[in-house]
Design a protein around this ligand. Structure first.
Ligand SMILES: [Zn+2]
Length: 135
């Protein structure tokens, strides 16, 4: 299935499990997230949709104690400090994202993380939640 950068949401729920939507280049095999029109490595248009594994590991993280710059951030009047990090999907790539857990005491590098989808100011997006925090 060929991907379109215009229509591809970054996250999709499949059988109740949130998965990130990436693209694999048919020419060089590179994996791209989010989906783009062309492969950033070789310029090919032959990208195919790839759903990343539902879990990765926390590669590194930090906390953000102030509201992000707007735009692109859409303030909703309910800002609270949060954590952001990179989650590594072995064999694919590392992806930056917001973490659903903001307590530094409960985050550690290398811990398993799962993808969660959430809605912010009407826009569908994704975050990463510690696996231990199973709902
Ligand atoms: Zn390529």
């Amino acid at each position: 299935m060929t991907v379109s950068a215009d229509t591809a949401a970054p996250v999709r729920v499949v059988d109740g499990v949130a998965r990130l939507v990436a693209a694999t280049c048919g020419a060089c095999g590179g994996v791209t997230f989010p989906v783009r029109e062309r492969c950033p490595a070789c310029g090919s248009h032959g990208l195919a949709e790839t759903l990343l594994p539902e879990r990765g590991t926390l590669w590194t993280w930090t906390t953000q104690g102030f509201e992000p710059k707007s735009p692109p951030y859409v303030p909703d009047g309910e800002f609270e400090p949060f954590a952001v990090g990179y989650v590594e999907f072995p064999g694919y790539l590392r992806i930056e994202g917001r973490l659903a857990e903001s307590d530094p005491e409960r985050l550690r590098i290398g811990m398993p993380m799962r993808v969660v989808s959430y809605n912010h100011a009407g826009v569908s997006s994704y975050a990463f939640a510690p696996e231990e925090e199973e709902a």
